[in-house]
Design a protein around this ligand. Structure first.
Ligand code: DAK
Length: 257
C-alpha cells in the first residue's frame, strides 16, 4: 500500500521522509498514521539515529492539512489533535536520537520540534500560522515552542503568526545550524554518523535522562540521571570505551551491548 512516509535505512542511520509533495508534505490523518507505522518499523537493533525530512526541495512540512481541518467538528478536531499529539510524543520519546533536517517550509513546526534537534537550509521558513487560520497550534505547538525558545518568543511567534527565516530561527535557538540547501542532508548524515559512532546504550540513556529530567524538579532530575548513568555500567561498550582510553588506543566499534 502506498505510504506518505518513506523509511530509508542507510547503514546504521535511517531517513524518515514525509512524502506528500503535492501538498508540501502537509500532515493529514493518513500521513500521521503512516508516520506512526514507520516509527514502529524502525529496526532498533541496527539503526542508531533517525533523520526526519520532507520530500522535495521546497518544504519540510507545511503544517497540518488545512483542507482536512476546515470541516471538523469540535469533537473531530480534538480527535485529530490527539492523533497528532500521540505520534509527536512517540517521536519525541523515540529510543534513539532524531534530527529534523528542515529544507524549506516548517509551518506549524510541531514535527520538527518533536525531534531532538533541528538543522535547516538557508531557504527554511519557520512559523506558527494557526492564529491567522482561526485556531490554536495543535500537536504540541503551544507547548514545545515555548520550551525551546522561551515563552516570550513563542508567544510573539504564535500571536503574530509571522514567519521567520533560517537566520532568525538560528538566532533564537530553534535550529542548531544553517546550511546551503545543497549541503543540508550531507550535514545531517554527518551528524547522525557521529551520533551512531558513540555507544548506543549511553546515547539512548542520555536522551531519556534529558527528556525525563526536564519534566521534574532538579532533585528528582539528578536521580533520573544517576539511574541512566548506572545503566551503562558493565556493558561491553563501557568496558571497551574506558579500556581503550586507559590503554591509549582507539576503541573498537561499539556493539550496542
Ligand atoms: N494544508 C493543505 N494543503 C496545503 C498546505 C496545508 N497546510 N500547505 C500547502 N498546501 C497545498 C496548497 O493548497 C497547494 O495545493 P494545490 O492548490 O496545488 O492543490 C499546494 O500545497 C502547494 O502550495 P501553494 O501553491 O500554496 O505553494 P506556494 O509556494 O505558493 O506557498 C506556502 C507555500 C507554504 C507559503 C503556502 O502553501 C502556505 O501558506 N501553506 C499553508 C501553511 C499553513 O498555514 N499551514 C498550517 C499550519 S497550522 C490542531 C491540530 C493541528 C494544528 C492545529 C490545531 N488541533 C486539533 C487543535 C496544526 C496547525 C497547523 O499546522
Amino acid at each position: 500500500m502506498m505510504s506518505f512516509v518513506k523509511y530509508e535505512p542507510k547503514g546504521n542511520i535511517a531517513y524518515l521522509i514525509i512524502d506528500r509533495e503535492k501538498a508540501l508534505n502537509a500532515l493529514n490523518s493518513q500521513v500521521l498514521a503512516d508516520l506512526d507505522a514507520a516509527l514502529d518499523a524502525v529496526d532498533l537493533s541496527e539503526i542508531r539515529c533517525l533523520i526526519v525530512r520532507g520530500a522535495g526541495e521546497k518544504s519540510f512540512v507545511a503544517g497540518a492539512d488545512i483542507a482536512q481541518m476546515k470541516e471538523l467538528s469540535k469533537e473531530e478536531a480534538e480527535a485529530f489533535g490527539k492523533q497528532g499529539n500521540d505520534v509527536m510524543r512517540k517521536l519525541e520519546a523515540f529510543p534513539i536520537p532524531t534530527i529534523a533536517a528542515v529544507g524549506g517550509y516548517a509551518l506549524g513546526g510541531e514535527l520538527a520540534m518533536s525531534c531532538d534537534f533541528r538543522i535547516c537550509s538557508d531557504t527554511a521558513v519557520f512559523g506558527q500560522p494557526e492564529t491567522g487560520l482561526g485556531i490554536t497550534p495543535g500537536f504540541g505547538g503551544t507547548q514545545r515552542l515555548a520550551r525551546l525558545v522561551g515563552p516570550g518568543m513563542a508567544k510573539q511567534m504564535i500571536y503574530t503568526a509571522r514567519n521567520i527565516k533560517a537566520d532568525e530561527a538560528y538566532r533564537i535557538g530553534l535550529v542548531n545550524a544553517v546550511y546551503p540547501l545543497s549541503d543540508l542532508y550531507a550535514a545531517a548524515e554527518k551528524l547522525a554518523g557521529q551520533i551512531a559512532g558513540n555507544a548506543p546504550i549511553a546515547v539512548r540513556a542520555s536522551k531519556q535522562a534529558i527528556n525525563d529530567g526536564l519534566q521534574v524538579d532538579i532533585d528528582r532530575a539528578v536521580v533520573i540521571e544517576e539511574k541512566a548513568f548506572g545503566s551503562c555500567f558493565q556493558s561491553a561498550d563501557q568496558q571497551e570505551g574506558m579500556g581503550a582510553f586507559l590503554e591509549k588506543r582507539k576503541h573498537e566499534p561499539f556493539i550496542n551491548k
